[in-house]
Write a protein of this length. Sequence first.
Length: 319
Amino acid sequence: MQPEDLTLMDTGTHCSFGDESSYNAGRYRGIAIVSMQVSFFPEYNATIQKILEESGVTELKWYELSSAKMRFAALKVIEYTLTSAKEGKLRVDVLTWDTYDSRHKIRGRDDLLNLAKMYYHLLNNVIIRKWGEPGFWTVFPDEQSAIDWQELELILQRRIMQVENQRKEKDPDNILFIGLEKISQVISNECPPVQVADLFAGIGVHSRESIGKHASFFMVRKRKDCRRISEQLRSQLQKTVDKLSRSDRERCHILDKLFSQCKANGWGVHLLRTYGLKTTNPTCPINFWHYTPQSDLDKAPTKTRAIIPQDHEDMNKSP
């Protein structure tokens, strides 16, 4: 990160880093937010940077993950991130959406405006609900010049103020004093936490769009479970696995490791039965959220619609 980016944290207490995956291509799209207190940022940033340097990886990007070297680096980053999450030092929240659902399957959908709105939904939840503590936030998304970040910043500030006023009316002693200082774009190769967001966003999307590949891979690898199925089905699964690309195999290994560690930590993360990574208890520090339409009126923005959420989009109902 550039020195001017770091100075934005001087008056803040919390920071978050975001990136997207496949926002304008494929059936499933996603974004991820890695959030933490500012006091933990130097340690986390330096550790991720050290892992990448020692692994010989210039920049960790999900769509470029096709080698053992990249897989080993990704696994080390995931292990350290999950350990930090278990210690209560950070959160990772991943929001994915299905462009075939009633919200998104509309004529003239504007994917960039929709991406901005999804950033709103996720940041709103992370800042107000998931952390749920006093703090002044700085948000660092990966550079995306087509999004009006200043408008999104104003909308989030307005929403935070609205929530604070509602709390004050109900209970004058129950004010958290939450504020959004700034949304500032950063270049991903200069900001390791944004690369972590890219990794988790990619994993979230891939777990949904390639669930058949993963199911075959897992069943063939887990020989004990494989004995319970017929020889014919086992043969079919093996043929599917044999056809996996090198990139698919590397990604299956990563997904398997991430899923196993989340289960071991008791975070209620599911994969096969939810057709992609999904966390049943969104308060867990590793939270995979499948966006579902809030009502019949909940529609993705088109070229003529603003990103400002309407009254029917009550985020208090969201995970």
